[in-house]
Design a protein around this ligand. Sequence first.
Ligand code: NDP
Length: 297
Amino acid sequence: MTTIIDGDGVASEIRDALGESIETLAEAGARPGLATVLMGDDPASQTYVNMKQRDCEEVGIEGVHVDVDGDAPAEELYEAIEELNADPAIHGYLVQDPVPEHIDYREVLRRIDPAKDVDGFHPENVGRLVAGDARFKPCTPHGIQKLFEAYDVETEGADVTIVGRSDIVGKPMANLLMQKAEGANATVTVCHSRTTDLAEKTRSADVVIVACGVTELVDASMLSEGAVVIDVGISRVEADNGKGYELVGDVEFESAREKASAITPVPGGVGPMTRAMLLYNTVKAASITEDVPVELP
Ligand code: NDP
């Protein structure tokens, strides 16, 4: 019997627990504040920041949104960043990627106060993660770790294959799981577009995490019997369902579920966890900055 991992359910429990911590912070005069910055008008990015703002409202985090004109010079974005760095009501913020082509995203990340970098992408936070002393774990890999915890997926000693080496998913996922730490201690293989014989690497794994953005790249033939399958991918494909599109992952769900012992659906798997962990990092940032200890789920 294959377990369908309920990311919505686990994320909802995390949000409820965070709600209590937010109350504690608010009672101490330190309501957490999260800002989103969007440069330009990319529709997908707009949807993402709207969802993040809605999530804030639901749990009692003070949400602030900053729009920067897509044609503005980099300095205008840097000014917005400096203002947020200086604003005591903002404990965490993020600049939604992708930024327009004339903007150097790495330079943007370097300018964010690392203590407010709730995405965990500032070089200082990346370094701390690699060193096993994470301040903010990046939201998607952290959410996946929480799913493992919730579903008793043993990573210690497990062979984990990750498909994708992006800075936001693949690399931090590998770094987290290879740590000598609870919820980690895995033997990690990281694959990418130049990997030869991807199927051999995924078939030899106890846990397969796919984050490559290639629709249904991984199917049952690429999995071992009983593997745990985490599908990070989200792609929109045309569909005759009234909405005109549906969301699909990087795993061919229907075939993979026949072989997997546990698998995340798309949507409803990793996505809600990513959103919940952004709230988690914001609460953590507020707790550290304001020196008000709270329980984190
Ligand atoms: P990127 O495009 O930044 O990285 C994709 C990675 O996959 C790269 O390392 C690339 O290799 C690798 N790759 C591409 N094609 C293949 C292939 N055929 N075989 C093996 N590896 C391949 O993507 P992201 O990490 O940002 O996102 C991946 C997917 O996850 C997307 O669908 C995205 O929408 C989704 N996503 C979902 C989130 C969620 O919360 N559920 C959060 C973040 C992302 P190379 O490095 O060689 O180019």
